[in-house]
Ligand binder design. Structure first.
Ligand SMILES: Cc1cc2nc3c(=O)[nH]c(=O)nc-3n(C[C@H](O)[C@H](O)[C@H](O)COP(=O)(O)OP(=O)(O)OC[C@H]3O[C@@H](n4cnc5c(N)ncnc54)[C@H](O)[C@@H]3O)c2cc1C
Length: 525
């Protein structure tokens, strides 16, 4: 929040000081003109904030510290880069460092890690990072040396430090050929692994014993640990490169934040694509070659199984990067991520946090949640940029809306689907699952969409939904209407009367969303 430096009161500038005397306004403007907005982290949240603040208030000094060499990149595209559908990491970058510096007038310092914040002095200290190579995007990091430090004053500070991929607390995660996928460099390493395997061309491997038993021709086998978004996207990326893929999930279903119907359809489809899905299979050890002890990964071991593998990808979740904030005395919320108010300001004045390092507020429960996704990072970053530039802006809540493609199936979810979670939030949940045609029956193409819609029995409020269809048959785009209903607190009968677009190539007269609402509404009656 911008505070008045003339009288010292914590009143936003657009408040009553807009009626201050001319002299005060001039003094105020002079102070504002020299203000510095410092951003830590140069990806979605950080660069959205920096760009918006600079656009709205060109007089602001913008300094962005990014410890890596990449900025404004789409990590979401990494599985498709590893798969081979995207040819270079550069294609994942929306705006280059040069464009930020030259066209947007942002002082972007890549290869700089912020190591401490002093909220009393209003400064951050950054160290230049050794080895922030220029292999990627940014020439300015070439001479970076560890140990060079810089102290930067700020008037406003944004922590957009993101999250890091977690490793499960099991033996063997540090063996060679065990990967996580959280950064551009992880993506590069994985792509190199796939490319090497393809070059070696080791498609027939008859002497592998139990390995490659499920496919006639295969590479690997490889293990993917975790049946969430990244695990499933990577299973597809690896299978598309002819690896025999074993997917290990400790729960009894994949994608546990979706409905059971969605989980089942996705698991069935993965099996059709020759991915070996191991449910109820918590991984106990990543054993080495050489009598289990070698440095290289040799097998994934669960309570019931031991699957020989050449490589393992861990897709077991992320953890918000909060160490910097904690050391500065900034509070974390109940989820462990950085707590913020509606303007994304932290417990320390003029320090904001957004994106994967911070909490957000759930639109249904009003409670803090940690759901690290790209749109939230962009949206909250942009709102902070606007606030810092003088227009206090709330970033809005989150509904936990997410989408995934698994080979030829697409799925989306939004809101609260899980009955236990709904009950904990004080609702009496009722769900109905329907399957309906995705396009008019007489239209030459088409398939089916399955929707599980959940509502509160008493208020009839739409709480959430999970949708699944063949890829291209509209589960994801259909979810958007339900996101609106969830966000606005609409009742099921109101959703039933939504005036959705209809034409035979896109849906039936009663779109599957309306069918789901009708069926659920009937059961509430
Ligand atoms: C493989 C993969 C697939 C994904 N797919 C999807 C998807 O399909 N849909 C979706 O919504 N989301 C997806 N996500 C999540 C999405 O990428 C994140 O939500 C988004 O990138 C968060 O942006 P952010 O700016 O908060 O954090 P990040 O993108 O993590 O950026 C944080 C930046 O801060 C830098 N940094 C950290 N600490 C410091 C420091 N002390 N000093 C200087 N710099 C620092 C880091 O180097 C990093 O560049 C995916 C993520 C991954 C890894």
């Amino acid at each position: 929040m911008r505070y008045c430096r003339v009288c010292g009161e914590s009143t936003v500038l657009q408040g009553r000081h807009t009626i201050a005397t001319t002299a005060m306004v001039v003094a105020l403007e002079e102070r504002v003109m020299s203000e510095t907005f410092v951003v830590v982290g140069g990806d979605a949240a950080g660069m959205a904030a920096a760009s918006k603040a600079k656009r709205d208030d060109p007089e602001l000094d913008l300094v962005v510290f990014e410890k890596g060499e990449w900025v404004s990149y789409g990590a979401c595209g990494l599985p498709y880069y590893i798969k081979g559908e995207i040819q270079s990491l550069e294609e994942l970058v929306s705006v280059t460092p040069e464009e930020f510096r030259e066209e947007r007038d942002i002082d972007l310092r890549t290869g700089h890690e912020v190591v401490s914040i002093d909220p009393d002095e209003r400064t951050v200290t950054a160290e230049r990072v050794d080895g922030a190579s220029t292999a990627g995007r940014d020439e300015s990091t070439e001479t970076a040396k560890h140990g060079d430090t810089v102290t930067q004053p700020y008037d406003h500070l944004l922590l957009a430090t993101g999250a890091e991929a977690t490793e499960p607390p099991i033996e063997g995660v540090d063996r060679e050929w065990v990967y996580t996928l959280g950064s551009m460099s992880d993506g590069k390493e994985l792509r190199e692994y796939v490319a090497r395997a393809r070059e070696e061309g080791d498609l027939q491997q008859p002497d592998r014993g139990p390995a490659c038993q499920f496919l006639e021709d295969c590479r690997g086998p490889v293990g993917v640990v975790g049946g969430g978004y990244i695990g499933i996207e990577m299973a597809e990326a690896l299978a598309a490169n002819d690896f025999e893929v074993h997917l290990f999930q400790r729960n009894d279903r994949l994608l546990p934040v979706f409905s059971e119907a969605t989980s089942e359809q996705v698991a069935d489809h993965l099996r059709e694509q020759d991915v070996v899905v191991h449910l109820d299979s918590a991984v106990e050890t990543l054993a080495g070659t050489d009598g289990d002890n070698g440095d290289e990964i040799g097998a994934v071991v669960t309570a019931d199984d031991r699957v020989p593998v050449d490589m393992v990808l861990l897709g077991t979740g992320v953890r918000p990067r909060t160490a910097l904030a904690e050391a500065a005395g900034i509070e974390r919320g109940p989820t462990g991520a950085i707590a913020t108010d509606a303007y994304r300001e932290t417990s320390v004045d003029d320090i904001y946090a957004a994106g994967d390092c911070a909490e957000a507020t759930h639109v249904v429960t009003g409670e803090p949640v940690y759901i690290p996704l790209a749109l939230t990072a962009n949206r909250h970053g942009r709102a902070i940029g606007q606030t810092v530039a003088g227009t206090p802006t709330e970033g809005g809540g989150v509904a936990g809306t997410a989408a995934i493609k698994a080979f030829e199936v697409e799925a989306a979810r939004t809101g609260i689907i899980d009955h236990e979670e709904a009950r904990e939030a004080g609702f009496d949940p009722v769900s109905k699952t329907i399957t309906a045609k995705s396009r008019a029956g007489y239209y030459p193409e088409g398939g089916e969409v399955t929707i599980t819609l959940t509502a509160d029995r008493d208020s009839e409020r739409v709480l959430g939904a999970s949708l699944v269809s063949e890829y291209g048959e509209g589960a994801v785009h259909r979810s958007h209407a339900i996101v609106g209903a969830v966000t606005e607190g609409t009742t099921v009968s109101a959703l039933e009367n939504y005036d959705l677009a209809y034409a035979p190539p896109f849906n039936t007269t009663w779109d599957p969303v309306l069918v789901a609402a009708k069926v659920l509404s009937g059961s509430l009656d």
